[in-house]
Write a protein that binds this ligand. Structure first.
Ligand code: SDX
Length: 428
């Protein structure tokens, strides 16, 4: 018997189909609701609303489960590097050794920016936030590749995917070099994706740069755990913009803008700023936990809470372990890491956080690792974007390939003034 939901509206009853996903998630299909009943649904923030059926990433917020194309994040982090993870998300299957080497080679062929793009950086003020630079330069890539912007042409999409994956680290590193007045350091094709980014960030022409394998390993993990997270705010933005058949550069640029917000990807920067504020204030963790609980106080514990996870964020667990290892290997203590651990301990015992199921999320510890690697705080969200790029690309491609694709155009319930007469200016 078909799975249905019955909706009683006044004296009439409507039956609506219920669909079930491969992980037994159930959803009421309301695609014919307005046509059949004249009613729409209302759900500010889409807390209860599924925008799409997707095959890319699965989350179970109650169990704290995250899987990329069916593979648990713990397994992907253990057995794959970031480029392999990106291949899995973008193309849907783990690559063979030959496919992976071809993908790595293809990325290496596209790491340079057109030299004319360097002038973009001269136009930004020295203290421009690198997320503003990233979204601007990514959007501007479309002006240099006007022959490959057609979302319906698989070859044009493929070359754009390679250009985006290959050039984002270069764009990001150049924005950092710009901000500190150092010469841009060009990509090197003899290095891995993460090695190359670190040398573009920190190498200077005046002396050799020695890569720290622990930093490379930590960066690789951070990019992997950020690679996708189903219909989060920035990914939904990429899908929304792409649904108008805007090119992939414009769509990814919009996603970067959405990610920048402190409630989303910007939380990693906001979290470290919060930890530094607590440290400067004498490390009084309880004071800030109480502020976060105070309904009259807008302060929130950045890096805590999640729309989906009502259990531990599996990424935070993976990251926390790396934090411990990295700081121990470096024989370094980081006062904000100690504060983070104390804050976590206090908050997780507090009835407010327990009742609201607020746990540390991926942004809570990522900033501590970025600091340990030497990444400046304004670049934290840029690294989140670098990690999330394959996820954005995978969702954009899935949306474009969907046989039921339509432009995203939500409805609304109007609550403004009803019709009224307009008095001309001379009578007002
Ligand atoms: C990311 O969607 C994703 O998957 C995102 C992400 C990804 O990989 O793409 O996982 C990445 O964005 C992680 C989240 C990073 N943001 C932060 O750390 C910012 C701090 N957290 C929040 O502002 C909040 O928890 C959100 C934005 C993450 C979630 O917001 P929701 O789901 O809209 O929940 P809410 O704001 O309605 O909060 C529910 C309750 C509220 O209290 P009541 O109104 O019920 O009394 O919990 C409280 C909130 O006041 N609450 C917090 C809190 N987060 C929620 N109270 C104190 N500190 C917090 N951090």
């Amino acid at each position: 018997m078909a799975d249905v939901a019955t909706l009683k509206i006044g004296e009439t009853e409507e039956t609506l189909p219920v669909i079930t996903g491969t992980e037994a998630e159930r959803a009421i299909d309301i695609s014919k609701l307005r046509g059949d009943t004249g009613l729409i649904t209302l759900d500010e923030g889409y807390v209860n609303t599924g925008a799409v059926a997707s095959s890319i990433t699965y989350l179970d917020g109650e169990q704290g489960i995250l899987r990329y194309r069916g593979y648990p994040i713990e397994e992907v982090a253990k057995h794959c590097d970031f480029v392999e993870t990106a291949y899995l998300l973008i193309y849907g299957e783990l690559p063979t050794a030959e496919q992976l080497e071809h993908f790595r080679h293809s990325l290496r062929r596209h790491t340079l920016l057109h030299e004319d793009m360097r002038s973009f950086y001269n136009g930004f003020p020295r203290d421009a936030h690198p997320m503003a630079i990233l979204s601007s330069v990514v959007s501007a890539l479309s002006t240099f590749y006007q022959d490959s912007l057609d979302p319906s042409d698989p070859e044009q999409v493929e070359i754009s995917v390679l250009r985006l994956m290959a050039k984002l680290p270069t764009i990001a590193a150049f924005s950092y070099k710009k901000s500190i007045g150092q010469p841009f350091h060009y990509p090197r094709n003899d290095l891995t994706y993460c090695e190359n980014f670190l040398q573009m960030m920190f190498a200077v022409p005046t002396e050799p740069y020695e890569l720290d394998p622990d930093f490379v390993e930590a960066l690789n993990l951070l990019l992997i755990v950020h690679a996708d997270h189903e219909q989060n705010c920035s990914t939904s933005t990429v899908r929304m913009v792409g649904s108008s058949n805007a090119n992939i550069f414009a769509s990814i640029s919009a996603g970067i803008g959405a990610l920048w917000g402190p409630l989303h990807g910007g939380a990693n920067q906001a979290c470290v700023e919060m930890l530094e504020r607590i440290r400067a204030d004498g490390g009084d963790v309880a004071k800030y936990v109480n502020m976060a609980k105070d309904k009259d106080n807008p302060f929130r514990l950045m890096g805590f809470g999640h729309r989906v996870y009502k259990n531990h964020d599996p990424r935070a667990i993976l990251i926390r372990a790396t934090c411990d290892r990295l700081l121990a290997k470096m024989d370094r203590t980081d006062p904000i890491f100690d504060i983070a651990k104390e804050l976590e301990e206090v908050a997780l015992k507090d009835p407010y956080f327990i009742e609201k199921k607020l746990y540390p999320n991926v942004d809570f510890y990522s900033g501590v690792i970025y600091r340990a690697i030497g990444i400046p705080i304004q670049m934290f969200t840029v690294l989140f974007a670098m990690g999330r790029l394959p996820g954005w690309i995978a969702h954009w491609k899935e949306m474009q390939a969907s046989p039921s694709k339509r432009i995203c155009r939500p409805r609304q319930v109007y609550m403004g003034p009803t019709e009224r007469d307009l008095l001309p200016l001379e009578e007002r």
